[in-house]
Design a protein around this ligand. Structure first.
Ligand code: SRM
Ligand code: SF4
Length: 574
């Protein structure tokens, strides 16, 4: 990086923050406003919370000359997505007491609360910590929630892998005492000299950093969209180690070709004992070589592209003091969830429920929040959040299963098999009204669009054919749209860029098919493609692959290629 380039503003905020303290305590105490200072808003992210405002109310509040309807989103880290029934019950209590009465299950296996006012922020974070969950590093320029396949029925391997996800998470958690001081009334340290942040240092990372572990054949954690991933290699039923993949990411900005989604590269292999060390050293490479001058170019994927995967591997080996081995063969079959009941060899059962948009709430026709609360009250296993925003009621003992089945029936908690495979493989990010970056609806609109598209699917006999379909309100890519077979990415209210051709296992980027399509035109746009797919597909051919073979879009090889855009053929064939 050129030394003359100025550091980005956030670097200065971090430097002068005294290890993430800033003036957060003073800001929380200021009852004159529901907001926090600009600098503290940036620092709050490291503590797991974002200042937002209700965008549905903006215009009216402006007219009435009122301050925006400020509130805070809190993200709770749940490494590997595993929560106890007690943690579920507390999450429910906090959601209904201090938040907007909903629990959001995120695309990174975390819980989110929305709509918490400033006056309740400290108490909520404190009470989250009282049930052994936390929010530190759920957001910010640090390692985020570590993801891991939530498959309890894969038994021993899963348990080993989940432990590693926890180990990485703990190892990479910031060590600053600021979190304890501000939120947990921890004792104040006297001088910043006493602080040690051994991995991150004073200015933490250039940007957010994301890690996953997957056990093939399931890629439900979407390793190709993460900064660093470990792909479990199982030989003769034993976990022998992990392939290491680096440089994935989704975020891009409309009209800015220097930003693009990127698929991770597999660069080598390590043993289970080396995993935490490898994670630390990859983070150090990004800490030392990531771009701190331009936040649009500071994710690890750009460091990997700027220096090249071979250079990254060489630098990593140097930091490790040993060499990664050669990558071993593996196959991912899909990146979706396995719905319904599964029994494991210990006699326990696991039920994966489809949660539309990851939003757990009560509606008059569907009291999901209450039903899950009643289940949590008697459940002696655990809950597992999937990276597809769904929920597994896991490790249900034979003794508890009849009572849980009764509660599922009593609250009408829907059998996932009654949904179309299209809906079961859908994902939408939060978007409006809370996300300050949303250009269009996503979570609130995708269910209706799916209902429209289900007509097409039914007409063409594809009800049971899984197709990955994802929608985001902007190109930041929070529902990982750029690896879906069909994706809609918000451009403006009611308008979406349509992408096609992602890989069914999340292994290939999609490509822009049409720009700024009006919501009401989407069904007609997709109708001929779906119909041709039903008639002309080869045995076992996935829609994403078909879209490339049929010439609707060209295959995207790697991030930089993403903008080499709409296939000319597309206009002839659509
Ligand atoms: Fe995200 C920013 C929601 C997963 C890429 N994301 C945001 C913010 C915080 C908006 C903001 O900065 O003001 C959104 C809050 C909305 C709200 O009201 O809750 C937001 N992101 C989400 C969640 C809740 C989406 C969901 O519906 O589940 C996911 C929370 C995950 C978690 O538990 O940690 C979420 N975000 C992702 C993912 C998917 C993933 O990590 O697997 C991505 C793409 C992968 C990646 O990072 O490349 C993602 N979010 C972004 C970006 C683009 C970053 C970039 O590289 O440019 C932003 C914007 C930013 O950071 O500047 C962003
Ligand atoms: Fe917000 Fe955009 Fe992320 Fe959706 S993709 S939650 S609109 S930042």
């Amino acid at each position: 990086m050129s030394e003359e380039k100025k550091l980005s503003a956030n670097e200065h905020i971090k430097t002068r923050s005294n290890y993430l303290r800033g003036t957060i305590e003073e800001g929380l105490a200021d009852a004159a406003t529901g907001s926090m200072s600009e600098d503290d808003q940036q620092l709050l992210k490291f503590h797991g919370t974002y200042q937002q405002d209700d965008r549905d109310l903006r215009a009216n509040r402006r007219k009435s000359k009122l301050e925006k309807a400020y509130s805070f989103m809190i993200r709770v880290r749940v490494p590997g997505g595993v929560a106890t029934p007690a943690q579920w019950l507390e999450t429910d209590r906090l959601a209904t007491t201090f938040a907007n009465g909903t629990i959001k299950l995120t695309t990174r296996q975390a819980f989110q609360f929305h709509g918490i006012i400033k006056g309740n922020l400290k108490r909520t974070i404190k009470e989250i910590n009282q049930v052994a969950m936390d929010t530190i590093a759920a957001c910010g320029d640090v390692n985020r929630n570590v993801m891991c396949n939530p498959n309890p029925h894969l038994s021993e391997i899963h348990a080993e892998v989940l432990k590693l996800a926890h180990d990485i998470s703990t190892h990479l958690t910031p060590k600053t005492r600021a979190y304890h001081e501000i939120w947990l009334d921890g004792e104040k340290i006297e001088s910043s000299e006493q602080e040690v942040e051994p991995i991150y240092g004073k200015t933490y990372l250039p940007r957010k950093f994301k890690i996953t572990i997957a056990v093939p054949p399931s890629n439900d954690v979407d390793i190709y969209a993460n900064c660093l991933s470990f792909i479990a290699i199982v030989e003769d039923g034993n976990l022998v180690g992990f392939n290491v993949a680096v440089g994935g990411g989704m975020g891009s900005t409309h009209g800015n070709e220097a930003t693009y989604p990127r698929i991770a590269d597999v660069i080598g292999f390590c043993t289970p004992e080396q995993v935490v060390d490898v994670a630390e050293k990859v983070v150090l490479v990004q800490r030392d070589f990531g771009d701190r001058t331009d936040r649009k170019h500071s994710r690890f994927k750009y460091t990997v592209d700027d220096y090249g995967p071979d250079w990254i591997l060489a630098k990593l080996n140097e930091y490790l003091g040993y060499q990664l081995g050669p990558a071993r063969p593996f196959v991912f079959e899909d990146n979706g969830d396995r719905f319904g009941w599964v029994d494991d060899r210990n006699g326990n059962s696991h039920l994966t429920l489809f949660i539309q948009g990851g939003r757990v709430l009560d509606t008059p026709s569907y009291p999901l929040l209450t039903g899950l609360r009643e289940i949590a009250r008697i459940h002696d296993g655990d809950f597992r959040l999937t990276a597809n925003q769904n929920l597994i009621i896991a490790n249900i003992s034979p003794a508890k299963r009849p009572a849980i089945e009764e509660l599922l029936a009593q609250y009408g908690i829907r059998d996932s098999h009654l949904q179309s495979a299209l809906r079961l493989n859908s994902l939408a990010c939060v978007a409006l009204p809370t996300c300050g970056l949303a250009l269009a609806e996503a979570e609130r609109y995708l269910p209706d669009l799916l209902t429209e598209l289900e007509d097409l699917i039914e007409e063409n006999g594809l009800r049971h054919d899984a197709i990955t379909i994802r929608m985001t309100g902007c190109p930041n890519g929070c529902a990982r749209p750029f690896i879906a077979e069909i994706a809609f990415v918000g451009r403006a209210p009611g308008k979406y860029n349509v992408y096609l051709g992602g890989g069914f296992a999340g292994q290939r980027l999609s490509k822009l098919y049409r720009e700024s399509v009006r919501a009401e035109e989407i069904k007609a746009l997709l109708a001929p493609i779906i119909s041709r797919y039903a008639k002309e597909r080869n045995e076992g051919e996935r829609l994403g692959d078909f879209c490339i073979r049929a010439g609707y879009v060209a295959a995207t090889v790697q991030g930089g290629d993403f903008h080499q855009n709409i296939s000319r053929e597309a206009f002839k064939t659509a």
